[in-house]
Design a protein around this ligand. Structure first.
Ligand SMILES: [Mg+2]
Length: 193
């Protein structure tokens, strides 16, 4: 039963935190070319996969320990929570990395979904499962992210999509976004807060 009128589901890296993971370097170390890391790993044998997981864990732990928030990330989350809007974190990053990031910053969520919890973006399944937990219909959920997977999974789930890009031109996949924001303080405004 839906008890809230809307919810906001945030991506972590590059959205609430500054993007510091060097995916090109991670891909080079692992030996993956021309595709994203988790998708490349899905086809690996057990030994190569274990090695890849170690490389990723090292990069992610280092990035989490140095993590910095995007401007106004704390203010944005705080304003939404004070307005009683349920918020979630949905990331392809690992649970240990998220815990490290949250130990460094003042961010609180009603639900946290990491890649250990089942299918991840761009699958729409995590959006459906998060909405179920938050008591919100997917059509009333706002997915906020900086990468096309955030927008693709939001669209596929029937949610509203918000692309956050602080600087630079709109990417060629920006048509997947219902809204584009360049300042996280605009997120509460989108919801009329
Ligand atoms: Mg991101």
């Amino acid at each position: 039963m839906n008890t809230h009128t809307c919810a906001v589901i945030f991506d972590m890296d590059g959205t609430l935190t500054r993007a510091v993971l060097d995916f090109d370097r991670m891909r080079a170390e692992i030996g993956i070319e021309g595709e994203t890391i988790l998708e490349g790993m899905a086809r690996m044998g057990p030994e190569a996969r274990r090695r890849a997981e170690e490389i990723i864990a090292r990069h992610e732990a280092d990035a989490a320990a140095r993590s910095e928030l995007q401007p106004f990330a704390e203010e944005c989350v705080r304003r939404l929570r004070s307005a009683g809007i349920p918020i979630a974190l949905m990331t392809r990053n690992s649970r240990p990395s998220v815990e490290t990031v949250l130990s460094r910053h003042t961010l609180e969520f009603d639900h946290i979904r990491t890649r250990e919890d089942g299918p991840f973006k761009p699958s729409p399944q995590p959006v459906h499962e998060i909405c179920e937990k938050l008591g919100v219909a997917p059509s009333n959920a706002w997915i906020v992210g900086d990468f096309r997977y955030d927008l693709e999974c939001g669209r596929a789930a029937g949610a509203k999509t918000v692309l956050f890009i602080e600087t630079g031109d709109d990417p060629e996949w920006s048509h997947l976004a219902d809204r584009i924001v360049r300042d996280l303080r605009d997120i509460p405004s989108l919801l009329g807060i």
